[in-house]
Design a protein around this ligand. Structure first.
Ligand code: GLU
Length: 415
């Protein structure tokens, strides 16, 4: 049987499985299996050479049951509607598992930002917001960064929306630069959240974190800050990677130095004292902790049997297929699923939005301690569910979340 790699089909399977485990009525699955609404847009951009190119973009609201839709916007050549829909559903369950008052949304534009000039990227970002303008707003849907979008893109999003509205509306988007109402601690939030999860999971499985070896796939916002954070716990980061490939040093890498090197040279490859490995090899290293923090579907039915880590913490969205998850669990590997492991980003997005709405700003210490409370509480709730129902951590995370969403659906009288 060929493995299902449609992210939407996978998330639908996951929802169905959990609805059954929780004994929920079929109507809950019927409501949750597809997004509430999806918009497909065509964005014309006058390029630097004078030609006009049109880019296809999407925005999906999976659910607004628990609050406004919330979720990032991805600029990537491989964006598809199927993926955006799945990512929007993951956001519903991610917000649900950490208990923040949001639904789930996601956006994407098919483009390669690495091939666009700054000017073209700005035009594309503004064009995207004009195209989805009616769908977003601080009480409706709040976009944020995702793969290959960053604080500067969020600044253009916020500016374009504010210009259309006729007044400043910082609460329409999170992940903004600090000067424009961004939150302290947002940039490192996803990685910091992953770090809290690594700490808690290591305690549960009796893994001594001091000198535990770690491989981190991906060097973007999530992988970079996760590598830094996990190293601060006392672990030894022995492998890191980016889209061009990976580096390995059994004696340990200094994540700060690797990230500096990447900033300067454009890749981690060639980092002094390291040996080059492929992204595939990185996943299969003999390490204690593996953090896939790049793209989806990297751990599949094909390579799951070769994963040797004791603990897998999913920094990326959807890095493990369902088939692979079963293989890892069967092998006794403790897998902390994406919707819990990488929820730190959206949690601090929530803090950013709250600060924007009340025009009062917190210190970085306040943000980080609130983040730590939410992440450790969510971890405990999922761990309890895992024990109580004797299910793996992925099912447990979905069970915690879907239970909350289903309760809201019933209270609102939708079923
Ligand atoms: N893109 C991030 C995620 O997938 C953050 C979303 C947000 O902050 O709204 O969780």
């Amino acid at each position: 049987m060929t493995e299902e790699l449609s992210p939407l089909k996978n998330v639908q399977k996951q929802i169905k499985n959990v609805c059954e485990k929780l004994g929920l009525e079929d109507s809950i699955y019927e409501i949750l299996k597809e997004p509430e609404r999806v918009l497909e847009v065509s964005i014309p951009v006058k390029m630097d050479d004078g030609t006009v190119q049109t880019f296809t973009g999407y925005r999906a609201h999976h659910s607004t049951i628990l609050g406004p839709a919330k979720g990032g916007v991805r600029f990537h050549p491989n964006v598809t509607l199927d993926e955006v829909k799945a990512l929007s559903a993951w956001m519903t369950f991610k917000c649900g598992v950490v208990g923040i008052p949001y639904g789930g949304g996601k956006g994407g534009v098919i483009c390669n930002p690495k091939e666009l000039s700054r000017n073209e990227l700005e035009k594309l970002s503004r064009g995207y917001i004009r195209a989805i303008y009616t769908m977003i707003g601080p009480d409706k849907d709040i976009p944020a960064p995702d793969v290959y979008t960053n604080a500067q893109v969020m600044a253009w999003f916020m500016d374009e929306y504010s210009l259309l509205k006729g007044y400043n509306s910082p609460g329409v988007v999170t992940g903004k630069p600090i000067r424009l109402g961004g939150s302290l601690g947002r940039a490192a939030a996803t990685g910091n959240g992953c770090t809290f999860v690594v700490r808690e999971a290591a305690k549960k499985i009796g893994l001594e974190i001091n000198n535990a070896t770690v491989a981190v796939q991906g060097c973007g916002n999530v992988g970079g800050s996760a590598a830094r954070g996990i190293e601060r716990l006392g672990a030894k980061v022995v492998a890191m990677s980016d889209s061009k490939g990976g580096i390995y040093n059994p004696d340990g890498l200094d994540p700060n130095a690797v990230l500096e090197y990447k900033k300067e040279k454009g890749s981690v490859l060639g980092f002094p004292g390291s040996r080059e490995i492929t992204n595939e090899e990185l996943l299969q290293l003999e390490v204690d902790i593996l953090v896939p923090a790049a793209l989806e579907n990297v751990i599949t039915g094909k390579n799951a049997a070769d994963i040797k880590a004791k603990l897998v913490v999913e920094g990326a969205n959807g890095p493990t297929t369902l088939e692979a998850n079963d293989i890892l669990v069967e092998k006794g590997i403790f897998v902390v699923p994406d919707i819990l492991a990488n929820a730190g980003g959206v949690t601090v997005s929530y803090f950013e939005w709250v600060q924007n709405l009340m025009n009062f700003y917190w210190t970085e210490e306040e943000i980080n301690s609130k983040l730590e409370n939410i992440m450790t509480k969510a971890f405990e709730e999922v761990y309890d569910m895992h024990n109580k129902f004797n299910v793996n951590m992925r099912d447990a995370a979905y069970m915690v979340s879907i239970q909350r969403v289903a309760e809201a659906i019933k209270l609102r009288g939708w079923v």
